[in-house]
Structures are given as C-alpha cells and as structure tokens.
Design a protein. Structure first.
Length: 71
C-alpha cells in the first residue's frame, strides 16, 4: 500500500518520493488528494482504501497509528 511506503519515505526525509507515492495512491483508487500535512494525507489515503476494501481495516488502523507518530 502506498500509504506505508509514504510513511517510510517521510521518515527518511525523502519528501518528493513520499509525495509521489501518495499522489499515485490517490489516483489508483480514483480518490481526491485532500492535501495537507503528511499525516493527514497518509491517513486519508489509508481510510479511502479501507472504504473500498474493508478487509484492509486492520492494516488501515496500523497505518493511522504510524502516521500519527509523524507529527
């Protein structure tokens, strides 16, 4: 999932790579990128994926916890 990759890239300081992962993730699921800071965008992508694929809800919750730590 691109949200996980984006978390890793933000932690590495690779902001352009994280931005690309998020942009492609939103495009892939045909959802708008809400903009905002890293945690907001990562959480929005994870939630959008979870809405479309409910079996990923547990993973979404883990991503939300990880993204929250990026503040």
């Amino acid at each position: 999932m691109n949200a996980i990759g984006a978390c890793k890239e933000v932690m590495r300081g690779h902001d352009p790579v994280a931005d690309g992962l998020l942009s492609r993730g939103f495009q892939r699921i045909n959802a708008p990128d809400p903009g905002g800071d890293w945690p907001d965008r990562i959480i929005a992508l994870a939630r959008a994926v979870s809405t479309q694929t409910p079996e990923l809800t547990d993973l979404t919750n883990e991503i939300i916890n990880l993204a929250t730590d990026l503040h």
